[in-house]
Design a protein around this ligand. Structure first.
Ligand SMILES: Nc1ncnc2c1ncn2[C@@H]1O[C@H](COP(=O)(O)OP(=O)(O)O)[C@@H](O)[C@H]1O
Ligand SMILES: Nc1ccn([C@@H]2O[C@H](COP(=O)(O)OP(=O)(O)O)[C@@H](O)[C@H]2O)c(=O)n1
Length: 208
């Protein structure tokens, strides 16, 4: 079984994906980490993010084995940079096969990102589109960054989130949007436990 989770920045996709995967004993892939990792390699090499050919070359040769271990990937700068390189079609093309093959040989997989229900797994068994008001998402990300020890201003994070959503929704390739057969879950007034319970109902409802 494949569960696809999409939605804007800091809506709780990863948190939910992890919990659903634990609940069902499925593999989980936070696909944002792939784009963050491409951005990180470019930044480490001092290559401008605007260099599309270099970004494509990095994506084609990306080492996907240590994504979860690297806390720098989760920083605010990398999220912004990921959103720039993720708009390049050759970068997306290079990362597609890995995402589509993810979870093969497992009882199931949960993938979260921006285009899982629309492009990566259009035949997913369940598609969730997780949203929350930008102010609530900024509040969550602010807390998260402070906990990680990153300097962060709420207003700056809110601006960053709005700009990134705008870019992700309006790019020509695989824009952020709900698949026509996705169920939208607004978590503005749901804590992580309540969001998980609501998602579980949707998943079970699709399979009962
Ligand atoms: N429903 C929720 N209510 C409050 N905080 C949440 C909720 N879901 C996730 N969080 C917290 O918000 C932050 C962003 O969540 P995350 O799962 O990383 O979002 P995304 O993967 O969509 O960027 C994390 O610190 C997470 O613990
Ligand atoms: N499937 C995906 C996942 C992420 N991305 C891009 O990667 C960026 C970082 O994604 P992320 O999921 O790690 O970001 P957060 O929602 O955690 O802030 C996004 O802003 C998108 O531009 C994408 O284009 N497609």
């Amino acid at each position: 079984m494949i569960i696809a989770i999409d939605g804007p920045a800091a809506s709780g996709k990863g948190t939910l994906g992890k919990r659903l995967a634990e609940h069902y004993g499925f593999a989980h892939l936070d696909t944002g980490l792939l784009y963050r990792a491409v951005a990180r390699v470019l930044m480490d090499r001092n290559v401008p993010l605007a260099d599309r050919d270099a970004a494509a070359e990095v994506a084609q040769n990306l080492d996907v084995s240590h994504l979860e271990d690297d806390s720098r990937l989760r920083g605010a700068a990398m999220g912004e940079a990921a959103s720039v390189v993720s708009a390049y079609q050759p970068v997306r093309d290079a990362l597609l096969a890995f995402q589509r093959g993810f979870g093969a040989g497992q009882p199931g997989a949960v993938l979260d990102g921006r285009d899982i229900g629309t492009v990566v797994c259009p035949d997913a068994d369940v598609k969730l589109f997780i949203t929350a008001a930008p102010e609530e998402r900024a509040r969550r990300r602010h807390l998260e960054l402070l906990r990680r020890g990153e300097q962060a201003e709420y207003e700056t994070i809110l601006d960053d989130i709005r700009r990134r959503d705008e870019r992700d929704m309006n790019r020509s390739t695989a824009p952020l949007k709900a698949a026509t057969d996705a169920v939208t879950l607004d978590t503005t007034h749901l804590d992580a436990d309540a969001a998980f319970q609501a998602a579980l109902k949707i998943v079970e409802g699709k399979h009962s």
